[in-house]
Design a protein around this ligand. Sequence first.
Ligand SMILES: C[S@@+](CC[C@H](N)C(=O)[O-])C[C@H]1O[C@@H](n2cnc3c(N)ncnc32)[C@H](O)[C@@H]1O
Length: 212
Amino acid sequence: MSDFISAQVSEYLESLAPERPPELQEMEAYARKHRFPIIGPAVGHLCYQLTRMIAARRVFELGSGYGYSTAFFARAVRENGGGVVHHVVWDEELSKQARGHLTALGYADIVQYQVSEAVDALARTDDQFDVIFNDIDKEAYPQSLAIIEAKLRPGGLLIVDNTLWSGRIFDPEDTSASTEGVREFTRLIGRSPKWIASVIPIRDGVTVAYRT
Ligand SMILES: C[S@@+](CC[C@H](N)C(=O)[O-])C[C@H]1O[C@@H](n2cnc3c(N)ncnc32)[C@H](O)[C@@H]1O
């Protein structure tokens, strides 16, 4: 991660995140060791806070990895009175790892698992959600928005990771599909009357959007 947000600010924000249970700390250590891109404790805590704030009980995650971000949503849903968090990733091995971690954390009754392309999985559900979290490959961000709009209830929250994309969005010479995906997604959601959206400069940038 480049320090386009100062290391001082990043370290400070991370230090403010409440302490995590040992299982989550092991997941953080695994991410550091294997350079696996998890949302980290500051964004995890923000996801937990926002999910508590709207008393959400139905959460759908797109691009769940080995379940680190899922744990923050599952905790919030449990404290909101119970419900469901959908864990969706297209890699069987990551889904298996997530089951192990999230069961150890005590969320076996809350998390449902699917090994699938995540936008297709969301399109297949009949449910509406209170919170949708998007962390899939960035080139797919723009096309995911229409499905998300259809599946998030009015008044629901969309949380999208990596919307500052390590500062690559500021480089006019970077026209890669992933960077263009982040730029286009941010333009689309900012102009749409269906959303009230802001980019919060924590870690790699998090868009928080309210479905009108
Ligand atoms: C950036 S990692 C995020 C991990 C997780 N959100 C966390 O913070 O703990 C995204 C994961 O989703 C997977 N992924 C990316 N695009 C996907 C898609 N369109 N459908 C399903 N999985 C996807 C990636 O292979 C990777 O395992």
